[in-house]
Design a protein around this ligand. Structure first.
Ligand code: IMP
Length: 218
């Protein structure tokens, strides 16, 4: 039995990940999912790259090098074409960004040094900046896995639109304003299983679990 550590402090992500892995009993006989508390690691993981791939690698590599463990990290961004595909990799820090960020992509050292805003603040900025603009949007997740010293990437995306108002109380982040294409509910109105079956993270995790199933874990 191998332990695969999830390199995140985000309890919502961990719950979604555990729910997906729980659907694969054969995989769970080979792998135990560990978390950062079990490693007694409670600090922030550095996340300073300019791409989802770069951040996922940085987070996974940080935990791998510090504890010499197999692990994976996800990095997710909300990409809105009408806002130049932003906030993207800056989704968690969106409300801290300079006023011209949506138009020019400007990011300042000061905006990166501030503590993360709340989910509410980020959603409010998004709703304010999308007024009168096309509301198509996409979540994209990149997972970086480090297994037996090798690095692998898995990706998933979900298309949808940003509503005019928040709807629903489940999930996290931008879930209350994101309605996936073909649904009449936001991610925040779906249960965990429903969200995982269509979401960016669910798809990236499906690719990860498919890879682990066919990989010799010794
Ligand atoms: P992270 O850097 O991968 O932790 O994610 C960046 C930001 O994207 C988070 O702070 C959330 O606001 C948002 N986000 C990530 N995943 C989701 C999701 O599944 N639903 C809604 N928002 C998300």
């Amino acid at each position: 039995m191998k332990t695969l550590y999830i390199a995140t402090h985000n309890a919502h992500k961990t719950e979604e990940i555990r729910s997906v892995f729980g659907k694969f009993p054969a995989l769970m006989r080979q792998y135990t999912l560990g978390n950062l508390s079990e490693l007694n690691f409670h600090q922030e993981i550095p996340e300073t790259a300019g791409t989802l791939e770069g951040n996922a690698l940085q987070k996974a590599m940080f935990i791998h090098e510090k504890y010499k463990v197999d692990c994976f990290a996800d990095d997710t961004g909300l990409e809105v074409p009408a806002l130049g595909h932003r906030p993207g990799v800056y989704s968690a820090r969106y409300a801290n960004m300079p006023e011209e960020f949506e138009e020019t992509g400007l990011v300042t050292p000061q905006s990166l040094s501030l503590p993360d805003p709340t989910f509410e603040q980020n959603m409010d900025r998004l709703l304010a900046h999308l007024q009168g603009k096309p509301r198509q949007a996409r979540f994209r997740t990149v997972i970086c896995l480090i297994l037996n010293g090798q690095t692998y990437y898995f990706e998933g995306s979900a298309e949808g639109e940003i509503l005019l108002e928040k709807q629903g109380i489940r999930g996290f982040g931008y879930d209350p304003v994101f309605r996936p294409t073909g649904f009449d509910k936001t991610f925040a109105e779906l249960n965990l299983e429903e969200k995982n079956s269509i979401s960016h993270r669910g798809k990236a995790l499906a690719a990860l679990t498919a890879f682990l199933e066919k990989t010799d874990n010794r």
